[in-house]
Every structure is written in C-alpha cells, then in structure tokens.
Design a binder for this molecule. Structure first.
Ligand code: GLN
Ligand code: ZN
Length: 774
C-alpha cells in the first residue's frame, strides 16, 4: 500500500437532516406513501450533493478525502448493522435473495411493523442523539452488503469529489449491540468480533477497488468507561482488530476517529497497529504530556487528527487556543491534521439562517458551517504558519472579549444570590416530618396520577402555530388553552385519578417553554438537530445569566386547581434537564449555570405554593444522560446535578409534596443520586422491564414515595386491567403500599386520546382491585 497523506483539515461528520429538514420531510412523505423510494433517493442525492458543494465552498478539499461521506437515511448504527448483515431474524423477510434490505425495509427495522418490535433505541454516548441498538446472537450470520457505502463514494466521484467513506467501527458496533433475545446466558456481542472483522476487510477491499484513498471508522466506544462491556476488554480488542485490518493488501488508508473523550490507554493500543491516522477529541479529552517510547515511536509514523473545534456545542470559542492545541500535538506525531472533536451532527447548520438573533449574540456563535470554516482556518495556519491566519484568530478572540462584557452575560444580582447560598438552602426538613405535614393532602393508599402531559392534539398545535403567525390572538390562545385544561381536568375526574394535572397543553416543549420565559436564553428558528430518525429538536441557547422575569406556570396551574377539589400537581422541568436539552454557555462551570436555573425554579415553586398548589413535580428525565463517560468525572457531576435539583426544591414548605420524574429504569450508578434528590415521590419507567426495578429499589434501601410506571406510553397499546394489576401486585410485593404510587411510565403528549383514556381507566380499575385485595 502506498502511503497517502491525510488532509490537513477535515470534519468527523456533517448534519444529514438538511438545512430546512429536507430529509425529514422526504422520509416522512415516503412513510406516508406520498412519494416513492425513487423520489426519496433523489432528495437524498440532492442533499448529499449540496453538502459536498457546501463543504468545498467552506474550504475543504474536493480531491483530498477531506469531505466525509457521513450521510444516513435514519441512523449510522443501523446502516452498519445492515452493511454487515446483522438484521434480526424477525425481519428476515425484509432481506432479499442477495442479502439486501431496501429502503422500506431499512425503515421497518428502525420503526417496527405489527408484531415485530423495532430495534431498541438509546442515547449515543453523552449526546442527545439516539441510535438503534443492534441485536447480535451467537449465530448472527455476518455478511457484507456495502452497496450503499460504495455507491455513496462513487456518486461523489462522479461529481468530481474524492470523499472519505465513514462507518461505525467494529469494536464500537459490537460494544453498542445487545445480545439478541434467546442468546445464552453470559453471551456478549463482542464475543463475535473475530467473525465481524472479515466483513470489514471485505468492505475495505471494495472501497479500495472503487478508488477510496481513506476510510473513517468511528470508534467512540474506545473513550467510554460507561458501556456494559468492561473497558479493558474493549482496549484489548484494538490490537487484533486493527492489526488484522491494517495487514490487508487491498485497503484504503485507515482513519480511526474517537470522539467524545480521551482514548487514554486505548491510544497506545491503537498506535501499535498499522492504522495511518487517529482522531482525538481534544475538546472533551486531552493528551498525556509524554508517551512510553514504543508509543512515541509508533505515533511518529502516523497522523494525529486533532479534534480541537468543538463539534458538540455552538460557540465560536477560542480559536487561538485551539491553534495552540494543534501545535502542541505536532511534536507528538509524524504529522498533524485539524478536525472537529465530534461529528457536527450535534449542531444546527448555519448561524446565517437565524437572522432574528441579536447580531451580537450571533457573532459569538458557530454552527456546523462556521465550524467547518474554523477547521479550514486552523488547517491553513498549520500549513502556512500562524501569521497566515492571525487575523482570523484575533477576530475570534475579539468576539470572546465582547462576550465577556456584553449586557446579560454577567448580572450582579444573579451572581450575588448564588454567592450567598448556604448549605441550608439545599436541604428540606427531614422526610418523616414532611410525610406528617403532607398527611393533610388526604391521599388514598396507592394514589393514582399521571406524569404531566396529556395528548397534544392537532387543535392545540394549530392554535400555537396560529399564535406564532399572528392568526390567533394572545387572548384567543389563552382561552383555548383554558378550555383544554378544563377538558383534561374533567376527564381525569371522570376517570377517577387522585392527583390531577393540567395537561401541559401550552408547552411546545418541556425545555423550550421555560427557555422562552427565562432571561439568559435565546431560541432559534432553523436550529434543528437530529435526535433520532426523522425526529429533530431545536435546542435553545443558554448564553447569559439566568433569571425569571415573572412567573412561568402559575397562571395555568392555578386555573386548573380552581376547577377541582382534588389536588392539581404543578409541573416544572428541572435544572439538569433544562441544561441537557439546551446549548449551554461554555464560559463558566455547568454547576454554576445549573444553580442559576435552580434559583429561578425555586422562585417559581414559591409562587406556585402561594397560588395554592400543594404538589409540585420537577422533571429530571435527563439526569442520567449527562453522566460523564469517564468514571472519575461522575462523582463531581452527580454532586452538582443533584445539588441543583435540591436547590430548586428545598425552599418548598414541608407540607408541599415534591415529585420528580425520570424516564428510565437502568439506575445502576445513579440510584444513590436519585435517593439524594430527596423528592417526596419519584416516578420512573418500569413497565417495559416488567417491574424489575422494584427489586433494585428494595435492595437499595430507597425509602421515599415511588411510582414505577405501570404502562408503557411509547406504544398505542392499551394495557388490560389484569396486566396492570399483575404489575401492581409485583410492585406491592417489594414496596410498602404506603409509599407506592400508580402512574404511567412517562408523559402522554405523543399519544392519542382514545388509547389514553382506556389505558388510564384500566390503571384506575387495577388500582381499585389491588386496594380491595390488600
Ligand atoms: N412532565 C413531562 C410530560 O409529561 C415529562 C416528560 C418527560 O419526562 N420526558 O410530558
Ligand atoms: Zn418520562
């Protein structure tokens, strides 16, 4: 193999959904039968062409493999599963005689069909992106189906580009997979690594034949310490896999990218293999000052690709510092290149698409296109010397200085309040005393409730769109929301629930709603980011000190409470979740930002109490997802995240019952943290795991109120009374009935009314049965 140089500047990946979500629209039109596969393919081809042109226009090379081929119709892990033939047997009918899965089939694996459940979905490292979890068994028959990957490369070639195909690497692919149902006890997908590597070898051969000079394998599993697979086993796999792939005669040069953190001991392992380039995340991660002699010698023959432009946030950042970090890598490697720290999948396309933003704020931001431009600046500096890019580095520094002094970034009143906090501000009175004070709520045993939202109907969405466009007046909107709240209250009374909610009709999103009402946030118009498949979110930008100009939820909650004798639960989103689902300022510790948000929520809780609300839920579904990938960082994270929840809630009167809601049940490391939240009642997901969590809870000594979800809201299926009764009986077996709550797994906003009403009726009927038999 002839040695090829790696491009001086590149990116790990680019958003694929389209500047105006063209891919989302086309994919959903295809699902709805409005366009056929050919039309969808042509939208996708146009998008890929536009992306290549854009990237070249921003300064990446057309002919030097610097443009990654990172398109995906749905998810890159699903693409890898299909490329290596790992389609679960229940979808065997989607695979044709040649082993191929067509577009419709790909979406079916992703979304399920009838009895056939889709692949499970879970968070991609510590990001908000969700991937599909491959299912691997001892008999999964790996085979290569690289048509799409090769065709993507050839399509670009035809258009005059030499691009770099990207695929999830074999170690990460198996580390993220789960054992298929029915796999023997103790079987791990990674056990199949030796069978999988030859498939990648076949891919390399095809790519080499097609003319690819470089291939990118994404191996973020190599930075994580939080996967099911022990880290030592992942690191130990590196030598075999990349030794074998590197030894192939016919192959492109290999670039292994390791975003989301430091490679640590995986770096010497990779260095010892024949791979030509290694991508380092130097934003989240760092490099040691020195290497052992063998590693130092190996690296001297490789390219280190310094990921110094943050792919995971939207700040323009300190470009001069980024350049210094690239320069520091120079002495460690044979050659150095510049890149983003991660794929740009996590950021919107272009700041220029947000003309409504304050220009001063806009000048501090960099979305995907601005990050690409930053990479090309740094690459030019690397090639031609710092002087060549001095002006660009200075401009970024000037924007940083401007940001420091701009009004709203640092507000003395907010900072003074933070500085004056004392330990007592983080603690409520003892739980037993609160239980006694809350007896006046007069709740029955096994109180029933919901998680907050009721179905967001087409009328609600239309009203909100009308409010935005001006077609609906503020008064008209308010009247319609009040009508909806009344309907939801009457419905809950009729069903017989014990603790009612107002249904959250006025919330476009559980974070954006608050971001729009708090000072310190800005919202975008086109700033969409892919969350999974065709789903996108539009995170708000938390840029300044956070404060609450006026109450945010009190009017709605108080109105709902005025309609009923039963307690209405107030609904807030917790500080950690508000941070996790926004783009957060990077100029101070997250802990400080979280405390500012917490104080705003604390004031809101006080106002809710004054308005007569006696139960308040503070949702923290994102508590677990921000958990750092490195074990050493987890304690500090849990300390500030739990602390901010406590700060938000500890001002509540002992008689006010504080609830929280978490969207998952794999507590593991966070069980102590959940206890430390010290909420009076915690609702969690449990139905999908058939209440397994009850044993974990019992074992952990958790002794506050708990509502393990008794039905899965992620599907329209209505659980029968018997089914809910069985789950409840299981729960009563492990948790004293005095502490047990009955609720669904999560909010109902994505559900339809028909199934919601039947499901809640069954939930109440089952509760009554269990109460009667107790
Ligand atoms: N209260 C929110 C709702 O019911 C909670 C949603 C969530 O946890 N993701 O919609
Ligand atoms: Zn939830």
């Amino acid at each position: 193999m002839t040695a090829r140089t790696f491009p001086t500047g590149t990116i790990i990946g680019y958003p694929r959904i389209g500047r105006r979500r063209e891919l989302k629209r086309a994919v959903e039109a295809f699902w709805a039968g409005r366009i056929d596969a050919g039309e969808l393919e042509s939208v996708a081809a146009d998008l890929r062409a536009a992306t290549r042109e854009r990237l070249a226009g921003l300064g990446l090379g057309r002919e030097d493999s610097s443009i990654p081929e990172s398109f995906s119709f749905y998810d890159q892990v699903l693409d890898a599963a299909i490329a290596v033939g790992a389609v679960p047997p229940r979808f065997a009918h989607l695979v044709d005689a040649d082993g191929r899965v067509d577009l419709a089939g790909l979406f079916t694996v992703a979304r399920g069909e009838g009895e056939h459940a889709p692949l499970e979905m879970t968070k991609w490292f510590d990001s908000n992106y969700h991937y599909l979890v491959p299912e691997i068994s001892p008999t999964t028959a790996f085979s290569l189906h690289a048509e799409r990957i090769v065709a993507g490369f050839l399509e670009a070639r035809e258009a005059g580009y030499l691009t770099r195909p990207v695929i999830v690497g074999p170690i990460t692919f198996l580390a993220l997979a789960k054992p298929a149902d029915g796999a023997p006890e103790g079987f791990r997908p990674l056990d199949r690594l030796d069978d999988l590597v030859p498939v990648y070898a076949g891919l390399f051969e095809q790519l080499a034949e097609a003319g690819a000079e470089w291939v990118q394998l994404d191996e973020p599993a190599l930075v994580s310490e939080s996967l099911d697979e022990p880290r030592a086993r992942l690191v130990a796999a590196v030598g075999g896999v990349y030794g074998a792939l590197g030894a192939l005669d016919a192959r492109p040069s290999i670039f292994v990218a390791a975003p989301y953190g430091s490679l640590d001991e995986a770096l010497p392992a990779l260095a010892a293999t024949p791979v030509e380039a290694i991508g380092l995340d130097l934003v989240r991660g760092s490099l040691p000052d020195a290497f052992d002699p063998a590693t130092a010698e190996s690296l001297a023959a490789k390219t280190l690709v310094a990921g110094v432009v943050d792919g995971h946030n939207i700040w323009r950042g300190d470009l001069a510092d980024a350049f210094a970090r690239v320069e520091a890598v120079r002495s460690l490697a044979g050659s150095v290149a510049v890149s983003t720290s991660t794929s740009l999948l996590h950021v919107p396309h272009d700041v220029a698409d947000e003309p409504q933003l304050d220009p001063r704020l806009a000048s501090w931001l960099a979305f995907a296109d601005q990050k690409v431009a930053q990479v090309t600046v740094l690459a030019r500096g690397l090639a031609e010397g710092r002087a060549a890019v001095e002006a660009d580095l200075d401009a970024a520094s000037a924007a940083l200085r401007d940001r420091v002094q701009a009004p709203g970034v640092r507000i003395p009143r907010v900072r003074d309040r933070l500085a004056a906090l004392e330990d007592a501000d983080f603690s409520r009175t003892a739980y037993e005393e609160r239980v006694a004070a809350q007896a006046s709520l007069d709740l029955p045993e096994l109180p029933t409730t919901t998680i907050g939202s009721f179905p967001q109907t087409a009328e609600i969405r239309r009203a909100r769109a009308g409010l935005l466009s001006g077609a609906v007046s503020a008064e008209g909107y308010r009247a319609q929301m009040r009508e909806e709240i009344e309907r939801v209250i009457r419905l809950q009374e009729r069903i017989g629930l014990d603790v009612l909610v107002h249904g959250e009709p006025e919330r476009n999103d559980m974070v954006q709603y608050f971001a729009e009402l708090l000072d310190g946030f800005a919202v975008t118009v086109n700033g969409w980011v892919q969350s999974y498949g065709s789903r996108c979110t539009r995170p708000s930008i938390l840029w300044g000190d956070v404060s609450r100009p006026e109450p945010m939820t009190v009017e709605w909650a108080a109105y709902a409470q005025s309609l009923t004798e039963k307690s209405v639960k107030g609904m807030l989103t917790g500080p950690v979740t508000i941070l996790a689902w926004s783009f957060v300022r990077d100029d101070q510790p997250l802990a400080d930002t979280a405390r500012q948000v917490a104080l705003a929520l604390r004031d809101e809780i006080g106002d809710l109490e004054s308005a007569g609300i006696r139960i308040i839920q503070v949702d923290e579904p994102a508590l677990r997802e921000l958990l750092p990938l490195k074990l050493a960082d987890q304690a500090a994270y849990l300390d500030w995240s739990v602390g901010s929840f406590r700060l938000a809630t500890a001002g509540a009167h002992p008689a006010t019952q504080i609830h929280t809601h978490l969207c998952y049940s794999e507590f593991g490391v966070v069980i102590d943290a959940i206890r430390d939240l010290d909420a009076d009642v915690t609702s969690i997901e449990a139905a999908r795991s058939r209440m397994e969590v009850v044993d974990d809870l019992a074992a952990s000594g958790f002794d506050h109120g708990i509502g393990p979800g008794v039905y899965d809201i992620h599907s329209p299926r209505v659980p029968s009374v018997d089914e809910v009764t069985a789950l409840l009986e299981r729960a009563v077996g492990g948790i004293p009935a005095t502490r047990l709550w009955v609720n669904p797994d999560c909010g109902l906003k994505t559900r339809g009314y028909e199934e919601t009403v039947s499901s809640l009726e069954n939930l109440v009927a089952a509760t009554n049965e269990v109460r009667a038999s107790a």
